[in-house]
Each structure stands twice: as structure tokens, then as C-alpha cells.
Design a protein around this ligand. Structure first.
Ligand SMILES: *Cc1c(COP(=O)(O)O)cnc(C)c1O
Length: 409
């Protein structure tokens, strides 16, 4: 091992950091908690105490994070029967689970209603299930909400992920499905306690959330729900964790959402529920990989690392990478492309322009990889990355030893 490299890396990071096995994720507990507090404090400042945060399990199901979230008073937001079970296994009370998503089984749906989970109905089939299993519902006042599907794209042009086709989640307002769901539940003498809105957008803009809050008011008023409503679940989709010019701050989200909802709802009686995924998790985790070999093709230096783009951007979405290099070379190189260890031609992690020369054994750190990455880890060519937890300046390995068992042999 070249000592010079070691010292260089130590100069930049703590000694423990140098000892990391690569490729690995490093979970920063303080950053995670700070993200959580910023979200909650800002909403409580505008709305008061009646704010509940749901941990979006699918965004990152690392048990350590879910347990931290629970200890800090978050509930779990599950979008499948399996996630529902997983939350229980990690110590969440059934009352502390928000059950969302388009694929609830009838067994879990009824179970969740009976055990006082918050259940947000996604489609008419779920209403049918409730009708068919009505005599099995023992809970007198189930916490039931309806997920709203409406034409957000028409008022926030170019902003939604689904675009002109429209979102495929929730009960559509314009075609009457939302109203049908209400009427069927009312026929069963079941009150609608919540409105759920979650939209995936490219912009995560304030306008999107203003329109979501307005829609919550709109449907509640139009369908006479205001007196029964106990929660408005505005979903996730926030930008957060990293301050970037042009991107909203949590303070701004909380202001606009609270301001709109206050027109119809009293913060004393109605709870705001938030389900932040990326805003809570993205900046809490970084990724490290090490250079294994170097070659030159045409005018480009290709560096193969022990990591993979699959670990940090599993859908290979075109986007800028926030990185930091620990280069031992002094010279600046026009174009160095850091590639992954797999045999995929597209496994190119980042293109460095005019950066210092990286040498074999040097590290690269990729920031903000905590959301929608680790959940997709698999055993394609390599075992999944190691995972470390940074806690009070100490770094502990939490996945590593038995990585090879994940090959399932
Ligand atoms: C995925 C998801 C979230 C989290 O979304 P982010 O965009 O990561 O904040 C919240 N609620 C529901 C219903 C989801 O499906």
C-alpha cells in the first residue's frame, strides 16, 4: 500500500474513513436527523404540533434508518403488504403505519383498518374489498383516507413525471371515481377521515404543493368532507436536504401548504401528514469506490473503479453527480471517466473534467445517494456494497461480513 495516498486521504477525511472497504455506502446519522428536524420544525412552526411524518420505506429500507425514524417519532409509510410486515418487525405499532399504494391485498387492507393504521384508498377495487368484507370490519372508526388523482399537469405544465398521460395512482376526480368512492363508503356508514395526495414531479416546485393543498381543500368542500377530515396527507416529492439555488426550502413548502390549508382546516383539529422520501434520505448517504485500473482510449482516460453506477443511480437517469475526488496525482487531466466494475458499457459513474489525476487506489466519493439506490442493490456481477454508519464521529460496519451470502447459495 502506498503510504502517500493514505496520508492524502487522511488529510481530507478522518482516519476511519480511509479504512472503509469499498465499494460502500456511508450513512451519516447526524445528517439524517438534521433533515428530519428541518422538515418537522418548519411544518410545526407554521401549523403547530399537529404534524406527522411518515417514513417512506421504499425510499430506503435500511433497518437502522427506520429504527432511528421511529425513535424520533416518525410513523412508517408502507406501500405493500411486505413493507407493512417489515415495519411491524422493526417495532412500529400498527397505529404507527400509513398504508398506501396500489396493491394492498384484501387481507392486509382489512387488517390495517381493524388495527387503526392510516389507510389511504388508492383505487375502486379497494372499495369493493371493503364492501365484500364489511362484516369483518370490527373497528368502529377506521382511519380511512382517499388518494386524489387529478389533472395536475394541466395547471403545472411540464412539471409532473407522468406528464400529459396523467398519473396512474389514486381515484380520479374529473371522471367521477373519487365521488363514487365517497358515496360507496358513505353507504357503508364509513367516514372519510383523510385526503391523500402524492405526486411525483420533475420540479418539486412550490406551485405543485400549492396546487395539491388547494385540491385538498377543493375536494373536501365540494364533497362535504370538511367536518369529518382529520388529516391531510400531502405525500412526498419535496426537494430537500441540500440547499440549491432555484430549489425550494422546507420553510417555503411549509408556509405555502399551511397557508392554503388554513383557509378550510383548523390546525387544532386537522393533522398535516408528510411522507418525505428523497428530502429526508438523499443527502444522508454518500458512496465510496476505489480505482482499480486505468487505461487511455483516444483522448480519454478511463478509470475502472470497484463500484458501479447501479449502486447510485440504478435507472441510469441523466443527471449531474455531486462528487469529491481524493486524487494523489498533482496534474490536471482534461477528461477522466470513472467507470464501474461491471461489464456494462454504460456503467460510467462520472466524467471528471479538468480534475486532478487519479491513480490506482485513489478514492472517489459520490454524495447524496440515500434515496432509491440501496433498495435496488442486487448481486449482478458483484455482491452489494458494504454499508457503514457514521455516528458520533465513529464509523461502524453494518453490512459487509456476510455479503457473499446474498448470492443465495
Ligand atoms: C414514493 C412515495 C413517497 C416518497 O416520495 P419522495 O418523492 O421520495 O419524497 C411518499 N408517498 C408515497 C405514496 C410514495 O409512493
Amino acid at each position: 500500500m502506498d503510504n502517500r495516498k493514505k496520508i492524502y486521504f487522511m488529510k481530507k477525511k478522518s482516519e476511519e474513513c480511509y479504512k472503509l472497504c469499498t465499494p460502500c455506502y456511508l450513512i451519516d446519522k447526524d445528517q439524517f436527523l438534521s433533515n428530519l428536524f428541518i422538515i418537522r420544525n418548519n411544518f410545526q412552526k407554521e401549523w403547530g404540533k399537529n404534524v406527522l411524518l411518515g417514513y417512506s420505506i421504499k425510499t430506503n429500507h435500511q433497518s437502522i434508518l427506520m429504527q432511528l425514524a421511529r425513535r424520533e417519532g416518525m410513523v412508517a409509510e408502507a406501500v405493500s403488504d411486505d413493507e407493512y410486515d417489515y415495519a411491524i418487525k422493526l417495532g412500529y405499532d400498527k397505529k404507527q403505519i400509513i398504508f398506501n399504494g396500489p396493491q394492498k391485498s384484501s387481507q392486509y387492507l382489512i387488517h390495517a383498518l381493524n388495527n387503526n393504521s392510516i389507510v389511504n384508498i388508492d383505487n375502486l377495487e379497494e372499495i369493493n374489498i371493503i364492501e365484500q368484507h364489511y362484516n369483518e370490519i370490527t373497528q368502529l372508526h377506521p382511519r380511512i383516507g382517499l388518494r386524489v388523482n387529478f389533472d395536475l399537469e394541466s395547471i403545472c405544465e411540464g412539471e409532473t413525471t407522468a406528464g400529459l398521460l396523467g398519473s396512474r395512482f389514486g381515484l380520479n376526480v374529473e371522471n367521477g371515481e373519487f365521488e363514487t368512492a365517497i358515496n360507496k363508503l358513505l353507504d357503508l356508514r364509513m367516514k372519510i377521515k383523510g385526503i391523500h395526495l402524492h405526486y411525483s414531479t420533475k420540479t418539486r416546485s412550490l406551485k405543485v404543493f400549492e396546487k395539491l393543498a388547494e385540491k385538498a381543500c377543493d375536494v373536501s368542500r365540494k364533497f362535504n368532507l370538511i367536518s369529518d377530515i382529520q388529516y391531510i396527507d400531502i405525500g412526498g416529492g419535496f426537494w430537500g436536504g441540500r440547499v440549491l439555488e432555484g430549489k425550494p426550502l422546507m420553510e417555503e413548502y411549509s408556509k405555502i401548504i399551511s397557508e392554503v390549508l388554513k383557509r378550510y382546516f383548523d390546525p387544532k383539529n386537522v393533522m398535516i401528514i408528510l411522507e418525505p422520501g428523497a428530502a429526508l434520505l438523499a443527502t444522508a448517504i454518500s458512496y465510496y469506490s476505489k480505482i482499480k485500473n486505468i487505461r487511455k482510449v483516444k483522448d480519454v482516460i478511463y478509470l475502472t473503479s470497484d463500484g458501479s453506477l447501479l449502486h447510485i443511480n440504478p435507472f441510469f437517469i441523466q443527471r449531474e453527480v455531486d462528487y469529491k475526488v481524493y486524487a494523489s496525482g498533482e496534474n490536471r487531466i482534461l477528461k477522466q471517466i470513472i467507470c464501474g466494475a461491471t461489464c456494462l458499457e454504460k456503467d460510467r459513474i462520472v466524467c471528471l473534467e479538468n480534475e486532478r489525476e487519479l491513480k490506482i487506489g485513489d478514492y472517489i466519493q459520490i454524495n447524496h445517494v440515500g434515496a432509491y439506490t440501496m433498495g435496488f442493490n442486487n448481486c449482478f456481477i458483484n455482491c452489494p456494497p458494504y454499508i457503514y454508519l457514521k455516528e458520533n464521529k465513529e464509523i461502524v460496519l453494518i453490512r459487509g461480513k456476510n455479503r457473499h451470502l446474498l448470492f443465495d447459495i
